[in-house]
Design a protein around this ligand. Structure first.
Ligand code: ATP
Length: 485
C-alpha cells in the first residue's frame, strides 16, 4: 500500500481542527495568537502522554516524588533564578510595518539565504560574526551592527528602516492583590515549572524521607511572551511543561546526566516515535547557559525541520545556591552515611507537553492510497490513542444495537470506547482512522447467531472474526504487542 508521511504542518493544523484535537483559543473572536485549546480528542491524547510521563517518572522510580506548585511565586524567585535579569530576547522593530523581530533570527535567515545562493564563504564569515556577538561592543550593539552592515531588510515589508536592538523580557507581568498597581508589587506568571521544584527542595526532603540521589517531578503550565510565536502548538505563549529535577552528589553528576539522557530517548521510543525521527544534539560548550555544565536537546524531525522537544541539562548547584543566597535559607543536604554536608547538583529533564503532543501527531500521520482513494490515518501507539475501540452495529436494527451496546458497556470500564451507528461502515472506519482509534468492532447478523463480531485493525485494515467472550483479551493483546511501522 503506497504510504506518505506528513509533509506539511498545515495538514496537522487542519486535521486537529476538523477532528477536535486542537482549536485556536477564543476561535469565535478571531483567535488569540499563540494560544490553543484542546478539544475532545486532543485532551485525551495530551492526558495519555502526561500520564505516561508521570508514571515513568514516579511509579517506575522509588526515589522520584511529585509536586504541584502554584503558578504565582514570590517575585524574588525570578531574581534568584536569573529570569528578571537574563530571560530576554534581542528584538528589533521595523519602523514601517511596526513588526518586531528577533535580531539573531533575522541574521540566521540571512545566512541561510546566502547558503541557498551558494555563497558559503560569506555565510561562514557571517556565522562567525554571529557566534561572537556580545564580544565587541555588547550583544545588542553587535547584532545591530551586523544588520546594518549586511543591509538586512524586514522580511514582510522589505524595508530597511530599523530601530535599535533592545532586550525584551519574556515573562508576563501582572499585579497581585486588589490594591496593587505599581511595579513594586508586580508578579510574574512562571516562565518554567522548574523553580517550583527548587523552592520546595527542603520541604520535600524534610517530609518525603528521600535520600540523595532523588528526583522531584512536576507537570504544569508555563507562560512566555514569545515574540516569534507561530508554528501552531510548537511555540505558544501559554504551554505545559513536564519537568524532573534529579538531585545528586557533586561528582556523580556526569554519570547521572548520561543515564538520564539515555533513558529519556528510550521514553520517546516507547511512545511509539520512529527512531529515525529522533536525534540527540549536545550543546557545544561555548553555547551552554551560564549555569549549565552539559546540555543536550532531544530533537524530532518535524515538517518544519529538526527541532527540540526536550532538553536534558546538568544545572550544577546553580539554582539551589542562588535560592540559598536570596532566601537566606540553607539548601544543603546532610549525607548521614558519609557524614558530610553539600549542595546537590541537579540533572534536569524538561519537555513541553504540547510540543510532545505535536510530535506524536506528526509522527503518527500517514496518507495511504487505498482503492484509488486517500486514507488519512493516525498510527498512534494504542496506549496514547484518545479512543481505543470504536463499536458499530452494522445497521440501525435493535438486535444489532443491543449487542453493540452490551459490548460497549463491557469494555467501557477498561477503555475509552465510542459507539457510532451513523453513516456507512466504511465512513465510520475512516473517521476512526483519522482519530487514531486502533480497533473497531462491528456487530452483524451472523454474530447474533454465533456470538462473534468483526474486529478491524487500524494500521493494516485487516479484519478478524472473534468471539464476543474473547474480545477484551484480543484487544488487550493488541495493545501490548503494537509496534511502530
Ligand atoms: P526553544 O528555544 O526550542 O523554544 P527552550 O530552549 O527555550 O526551547 P526550555 O526553556 O529548555 O526551552 O524548555 C523546555 C521545553 O519546554 C522545550 O524543550 C519545549 O518542549 C518546551 N517549550 C519551551 N518554550 C515553549 C513554548 N513557547 N511553547 C511550547 N513549548 C515550549
Amino acid at each position: 500500500m503506497p504510504e506518505k508521511n506528513l509533509d506539511s504542518l498545515d495538514k496537522i493544523v487542519s486535521l486537529s481542527k476538523a477532528r477536535g484535537f486542537i482549536f485556536q483559543s477564543s476561535d469565535i473572536y478571531g483567535g488569540l495568537a499563540a494560544v490553543y485549546d484542546y478539544g475532545p480528542l486532543g485532551v485525551e491524547l495530551k492526558r495519555n502522554i502526561q500520564a505516561n510521563w508521570w508514571k515513568s517518572m514516579t511509579q517506575h522510580h522509588d526515589n522520584i516524588v511529585g509536586v504541584d506548585a502554584a503558578i504565582f511565586m514570590h517575585p524574588k524567585v525570578w531574581e534568584a533564578s536569573g529570569h528578571v535579569e537574563g530571560f530576554n530576547d534581542p528584538m528589533i522593530d521595523d519602523k514601517q510595518s511596526k513588526k518586531r523581530y528577533r535580531a539573531d533570527m533575522l541574521i540566521e535567515q540571512h545566512i541561510q539565504k546566502l547558503r541557498d545562493k551558494g555563497k558559503d564563504d560569506e555565510a561562514d564569515h557571517l556565522q562567525e560574526q554571529l557566534d561572537t556577538t556580545g564580544t565587541r561592543k555588547g550583544l545588542c550593539e553587535d547584532l545591530y551592527d551586523i544588520i546594518m552592515q549586511e543591509e538586512i531588510k524586514a522580511p514582510e515589508s522589505g524595508a530597511f528602516d530599523w530601530t535599535e536592538v533592545r532586550q525584551f523580557n519574556l515573562m508576563f507581568k501582572t499585579h497581585y492583590g486588589a490594591t496593587s498597581s505599581g511595579d513594586e508589587d508586580a508578579i510574574y506568571l512562571r516562565p518554567e515549572t522548574a523553580q517550583g521544584i527548587f523552592v520546595n527542595f527542603k520541604n520535600v526532603m524534610d517530609t518525603a524521607r528521600v535520600q540523595i540521589p532523588f528526583g522531584i517531578a512536576q507537570v504544569g503550565k508555563a507562560f512566555r511572551n514569545e515574540v516569534v510565536a507561530r508554528q501552531f502548538v510548537f511555540r505558544m505563549r501559554e504551554f505545559e511543561q513536564m519537568e524532573m529535577q534529579y538531585f545528586v552528589e557533586p561528582g556523580n553528576d556526569e554519570e547521572s546526566y548520561d543515564n538520564w539522557l539515555n533513558s529519556r530517548i528510550e521514553w520517546h521510543k516507547n511512545l511509539g516515535i520512529r527512531e529515525e525521527n529522533l536525534r540527540t544534539v549536545p550543546h557545544p560548550e561555548d553555547k551552554l547557559a551560564h549555569y549549565a555544565r552539559a546540555a543536550a536537546d532531544i530533537q524530532f524531525n518535524f515538517p518544519i525541520g529538526w527541532q527540540e522537544v526536550e532538553g536534558v541539562h546538568n544545572r550544577t548547584d546553580f539554582d539551589l545556591t542562588r535560592h540559598q543566597e536570596y532566601s537566606g535559607k540553607k539548601m544543603e543536604y546532610y549525607d548521614q552515611k558519609q557524614q558530610k554536608r553539600y549542595t546537590p547538583y541537579v540533572i534536569e529533564t524538561s519537555i513541553g507537553l504540547d510540543r510532545c503532543t505535536l510530535m506524536v501527531l506528526c509522527d503518527a500521520y500517514r496518507e495511504e492510497e487505498v482503492d484509488g482513494d486517500t486514507r488519512t490515518v493516525l498510527k498512534l501507539h494504542p496506549k496514547l490513542a484518545p479512543t481505543k475501540v470504536g463499536i458499530f452495529p452494522l445497521i440501525k436494527k435493535p438486535e444489532l444495537q443491543e449487542l453493540a451496546k452490551k459490548i460497549e458497556f463491557e469494555l467501557r470500564d477498561e477503555y475509552n470506547v465510542l459507539y457510532d451507528e451513523s453513516g456507512s461502515i466504511g465512513k465510520r472506519y475512516r473517521r476512526q482512522d483519522e482519530a487514531g482509534t486502533p480497533f473497531c468492532v462491528t456487530v452483524d447478523f451472523d454474530g447474533l447467531e454465533d456470538n462473534t463480531v468483526t474486529i478491524r485493525y487500524r494500521d493494516n485494515m485487516e479484519q478478524d472474526r472473534v468471539s464476543v467472550d474473547k474480545l477484551a483479551d484480543v484487544i488487550r493483546d493488541g495493545m501490548k504487542t503494537w509496534k511502530p511501522e
